[in-house]
Each structure stands twice: as structure tokens, then as C-alpha cells.
Design a protein around this ligand. Structure first.
Ligand code: ADP
Ligand code: MG
Length: 320
């Protein structure tokens, strides 16, 4: 595996003694989209701020394309673009100037062609001469992304990019992220929206209480942890089932019309054939048969609960 970021035994204790990150080990692959999924207060912002070098680690190391992000801060930081969670942006500067200026801060030569293309990609070009205060919230967010990309970083962090934005901008954001991936940029985004992780991530890391609970390929995660159900509707009410199905985990609704069979979708033999055969042999006529699969949401809720604490329980304080 070709890792662009390698995090080893990282811990962060804030000055007030709060342990926001506990022994994080995580490798991020070059070119992937990784979603850091976790409830408020889980440590998402702390983790990405530490990787970006804005928050200093209490212990452990972070390598960014081989550069230690503390000892070799400048080289590491050059590779990173960060779109912060809060909308912090000037007022009287124009779009063009603020993005160009940010590029300069990273010690990069002026490159009007690059900035032009960047603004076009973000649908900002026709606003390039507008003052920032004239822009809508959605446009300001795009400017923050343009600033983060102004020095052509190889890694982009998006901290809750779509929290509180409208559906259209959210879809746009996902399109932008996909385009970045196509150009080889590694994207790490934090979110507490499960559907967002489900929609755009290649891999998902679930974080809670400063600990990574799992990191997994999205499709594998959904297959592995997803329970499947076969739902059979009868034409006539049925209150007893054939003896041959005693060993099945089955549920019938009160009206005797809907039978639910929960099974492991990854098992070699799911038992579906024998189930349907037995029902047929017992003369039960079926009206409909369908399957459902648990969503990432179910998986996430299960995980966060088995971790002992419900989502959103942690009081939110200001991040450094
Ligand atoms: N500067 C700080 N000092 C003390 N505690 C902090 C600071 N910043 C964040 N925290 C705490 O660390 C935990 C993780 O915060 P944060 O990383 O912002 O979580 P998330 O981004 O997942 O919502 C929270 O409990 C938060 O209150
Ligand atoms: Mg946060």
C-alpha cells in the first residue's frame, strides 16, 4: 500500500487535561477519499488539525509523504490544504485577491492560470472581482475551498464540508471531491452525516471519544456488518410454520401475513432456497418476496452504542 499519511501512536491532551485523542494509529492511502465519521465531540477536528500541524501532538508521530509534520513542518504543510469547519473569511477583499494571497503565503510563485482554472472548477470565476462580504454562505464555502487548494496541495482536508449547507451545494461539494480524486488528490473529510460517508468515501474510519473504532473499505464494511433480511408476504394468514424450519430465525407479524428471516449475507449457505422450498411444500402461497440490507446508519448506531455512549452526549467546546 502506498500511504501518503502515516499516524503512529498519536495522542492529544489539551492544556485543560482533556484527552481528545487516545493512541491513534492510521494510514491514509495516496489518492483515496477517507471519511472520518463520528458524533460531535468525537475528536475529528482535533485529529485533522493535528495532522495539518495546527494542533501539536502530545505524543506519537505523523508522517506526511515521509515528512515528520513537527520536525519537518514546512515540507509537510506545503502538501496539505485545509478547509476549516468554521466560515472564517475576510470582507472587503475580492475573491481573486484572497485566493492569490493565500497561495503566496505558501511561498508559491504567482500562477494566474492555475487560479483561473481553480475558480472556474469551483464555479467562482464570474465572482472573481466581487468582495467576499457580497457572497452567499455557499459561495463563501467555495472560496474557502479555493483558498485551501490555492497552493495545489496533494492532500485536502475538509472539516464538515456540508454541515448546514443546502442540498444543491452538498451535491456540488461531492462532485468537487470526486473531481479532486480524479486528479490524484487525497481527500480526508470529517462528517457526522452517515449518508455523506456512504455517498463519497472509499474508506470509512469511525471515531468516538478520541479513538478509532474501525477503518474499513466502505463496500466491505457494509457487506460485513450488514445483516440482511428476507421478507416473505403470504396470500393467506399463516400461524404455524413447517417443522422443517424449526432451526431458522424467523418472525411472523401479528396478522400472520409477513414472515421475516434474518440471515448473514456473507455466509456460504444463506438457507434461502430451503426456506422457500419448505414454504412451497407446505402449500403456503407467496404474494411477494424481497430482501433488505441494514444501512451504514444501523452499523454506525450499533458501533457508537456498543462503545457505551450515545451520539452527541459530549458537550461541545471551542476547538483550538
Ligand atoms: N482547545 C481545546 N481545549 C480543550 N478541549 C478541547 C479543545 N478543543 C476541543 N476540545 C474537546 O475535545 C473533544 C473533541 O473535539 P473536536 O475535535 O472538536 O471534536 P469533533 O470535531 O469530532 O466534533 C471535545 O470534547 C472538545 O470539547
Ligand atoms: Mg469538528
Amino acid at each position: 500500500m502506498d500511504n501518503i499519511i502515516s499516524i503512529n501512536d498519536l495522542a492529544k491532551v489539551y492544556d485543560n487535561g482533556f484527552e481528545a485523542l487516545k493512541t491513534i494509529n492510521l494510514d491514509i492511502e495516496r489518492g483515496e477519499i477517507l471519511a472520518l465519521l463520528g458524533p460531535n465531540g468525537a475528536g475529528k477536528t482535533t485529529l485533522i488539525s493535528t495532522i495539518a500541524g495546527i494542533v501539536s501532538p502530545s505524543s506519537g508521530t505523523i508522517l506526511v509523504d515521509g515528512h515528520d509534520n513537527v520536525r519537518d513542518y514546512r515540507s509537510a504543510r506545503k502538501l496539505i490544504g485545509l478547509v476549516p469547519q468554521e466560515l472564517t473569511i475576510g470582507a472587503f477583499e475580492t475573491v481573486w485577491n484572497t485566493v492569490s494571497f493565500t497561495r503566496g503565503l505558501f511561498g508559491q510563485k504567482k500562477d494566474p492560470e492555475y487560479i483561473t482554472q481553480l475558480l472556474k472548477d469551483l464555479s467562482l470565476y464570474d465572482k472573481k472581482d466581487n468582495q467576499l462580504r457580497m457572497l452567499s454562505g455557499g459561495m463563501k464555502r467555495r472560496v474557502l475551498i479555493a483558498k485551501a487548494l490555492s497552493h495545489a496541495p496533494r492532500i485536502l482536508f475538509l472539516d464538515e464540508p456540508t454541515a448546514g449547507v443546502d442540498v444543491e451545494l452538498r451535491k456540488d461539494m461531492w462532485r468537487i471531491v470526486n473531481k479532486l480524486r480524479e486528479s490524484g488528490v487525497t481527500v480526508i473529510l470529517t462528517t457526522h452525516y452517515i449518508e455523506e460517508a456512504e455517498e463519497i468515501a472509499d474508506r470509512i474510519a469511525v471515531i468516538n471519544h478520541g479513538e478509532i473504532l474501525l477503518v474499513e473499505d466502505k463496500t466491505e464494511l457494509m457487506q460485513k456488518l450488514g445483516k440482511k433480511q428476507l421478507i416473505v408476504e403470504f396470500k393467506e394468514p399463516q400461524f404455524s410454520l413447517p417443522d422443517s424450519l424449526k432451526d431458522y430465525s424467523l418472525d411472523i407479524d401479528d396478522k400472520g401475513l409477513v414472515l421475516t428471516y434474518t440471515y448473514d449475507a456473507t455466509a456460504d449457505a444463506t438457507g434461502i432456497t430451503r426456506l422457500l422450498q419448505s414454504l412451497g411444500e407446505a402449500g403456503m402461497s407467496l404474494k411477494d418476496v424481497r430482501t433488505t440490507q441494514s444501512s451504514l446508519e444501523d452499523i454506525f448506531v450499533d458501533l457508537v452504542h456498543s462503545d457505551g455512549i450515545a451520539a452527541n452526549e459530549q458537550p461541545k467546546e471551542k476547538s483550538a
